[in-house]
Design a protein around this ligand. Structure first.
Ligand SMILES: Nc1ncnc2c1ncn2[C@@H]1O[C@H](COP(=O)(O)OP(=O)(O)OP(=O)(O)O)[C@@H](O)[C@H]1O
Length: 464
């Protein structure tokens, strides 16, 4: 796919809207997150006194390098979306810091963030609710220019039409409304809007999970193409391991508000070190029919993820981990680099020397919360969470693509997207994931934000 060049920084400078930071060279750290926390307060009673907090993100550290794709996986409710909204500054962090190109943006206000909004954009999960139904596509995709006061060369209309063709839509559909498009096409509209200001970092929160299976691969391939042509850096949040495997260079695995493992994609899939990662990976179906008969075991995790209001002490995974010992209950493991490029927070990692060999007494209850089952039996097993993921993937039929991925630019097998290639409107089957935590419902914590509906994706920080 050939993508026409976007207006570059020089033009922006000429227009008097230069960004505050200098560009990161490929491979340099673009985003650095340190000790990031987001606790949503739980308020009760007439006086709305705070009675606790949902610890959605509870101290995470990671970096995103220019030009790479960082995939973020984990069960529903582990804090992936909250993390995405924190780094795009749609949410105000409770603690920690966020640096973008060396500049601390943790507590920048609306005015301070305005220039940054050009560089950091977000693509939302639900292409139905993230586009304002009363606005035309032209208005939606052109909104970032108006909000930032940017006048592209040739005018907004021409630039919007160019963006529409970049994402595989018909530029003539400029005056149409969102309801006239299918789910996949709407997601392309969301992508066009995100690309309007030539961002450096794009955070995509479950960008394909609301789309029909047949359309998912097209959108993933489009994101791939755009990255190569425009040198974009992605943070892609997904619970579908085959999508994450396909698109990511590195992968962060989250559990209950923490990153438990952060590693290069191949290392993570070949030799996961955190037991939780291993359980997640064991649920991915083997795509190669020749290897399918090979003896393999799946790890079923029983029960729900504990509540993020009162997470377990020590290692948060210890209540469901078959390797947990006393130290796991009392001491929180730090995320340390055990292999080059592979950081793990575990006292008893897989595929590596034990970090607490003296601690041998297993926590029986925890051991019983997981079960190793032969592969065939696992297929019919009831829905512990990783198994549910596996089922979704099997259903998605994308496993072959996942297994075949070898390097950047590899494609999920699909027909090339054409403007008309997506399924007609209404034919998609949105997937929603039920929350697994019992956290926020009972105590009705304060909602801080909702997805923008007006085509103005993250132009302003709502909690400022
Ligand atoms: N505005 C909010 N107010 C209170 N609690 C919230 C808010 N947003 C998220 N939470 C809670 O924070 C926790 C993490 O939610 P988050 O949406 O980040 O998880 P997730 O991993 O993205 O899950 P999913 O895949 O289901 O979207 C959950 O327990 C959720 O209920």
């Amino acid at each position: 796919m050939s993508i026409p060049a976007q207006s570059d920084g020089a033009e922006a400078e000429a227009a008097g809207t230069a960004t505050l930071t200098k560009d990161a060279a490929p491979g340099e750290v673009l985003l650095k997150v340190t000790g990031l926390q987001k606790h949503f307060p739980i308020k009760k009673g007439l006086l709305q006194r705070q009675s606790g907090a949902v610890r959605a993100v509870d101290g995470i550290d990671f970096e995103v390098r220019s030009g790479e794709t960082l995939g973020v996986v984990g069960e529903s409710g582990c804090g992936k979306s909250t993390m995405g909204r924190l780094i795009t500054r749609l949410l105000e962090p409770t603690a920690g810091s966020i640096e973008f190109q060396g500049k601390d943006i943790t507590h920048l206000g609306v005015g301070g963030m305005r220039p940054m909004r050009r560089d950091v954009q977000m693509i939302f999960q639900d292409p139905y609710s993230s586009l304002n139904p009363r606005h035309t596509i032209g208005t939606i995709v052109g909104a970032p220019f108006r909000l930032q006061g940017v006048e592209p060369e040739g005018g907004i209309k021409k630039e919007v039409q160019r963006l529409l063709s970049v994402v595989g839509l018909n530029p003539e559909h400029y005056n149409r409304y969102p309801h006239e498009f299918s789910g996949g096409q709407r997601q392309r509209i969301g992508i066009a809007r995100a690309l309007a200001l030539n961002p450096k970092l794009v955070v995509a929160d479950e960008p394909v999970s609301a789309l029909d299976v047949s359309i998912q691969a097209q959108v993933v391939n489009l994101l791939d193409d755009l990255q190569q042509e425009l040198g974009l850096t992605y943070v892609i949040i997904a619970h579908d391991l085959s999508v994450v495997r396909h698109v990511s260079d590195r992968i962060a695995v989250m559990y209950l508000g923490k990153i438990v493992e952060l590693a290069d994609r191949d290392a993570l899939y070949k030799s996961p070190m955190h037991p939780y990662t291993k359980a997640l990976m064991s649920a991915v179906p083997i795509p190669d029919p020749k290897r399918r008969g090979a003896k393999s075991e799946r790890i079923l995790l029983r029960g729900d993820v504990p509540s993020p209001i009162a997470p377990p002490s020590g290692c948060r995974f210890h209540t469901r981990c078959w390797k947990a010992t006393q130290i796991c209950k009392t001491t929180e493991p730090q995320l340390v680099e055990l292999q080059p490029g592979q950081r793990v927070a575990c006292h008893h990692p897989e595929n590596f020397a034990d970090q607490a060999p003296q601690d041998t007494v297993l926590l029986t209850a925890a051991k019983e919360a997981s079960e190793l089952v032969p592969d065939a039996a696992a297929t019919d097993a009831p829905a512990a969470k990783p198994t549910a993921t596996a089922e979704k993937e099997a259903e998605a039929g994308k496993a072959a693509a996942a297994g075949a991925k070898t390097g950047p630019g590899a494609k999920i097998s699909t027909e090339k997207p054409t403007p008309a290639a997506d399924a007609p409107a209404g034919s998609t089957a949105p997937t929603t994931t039920a929350p697994t935590t019992d956290a926020p419902t009972a105590d009705a914590p304060t909602a801080e934000t909702s997805e923008p509906k007006d085509g103005t994706a993250p132009q302003e920080s709502p909690d400022k």
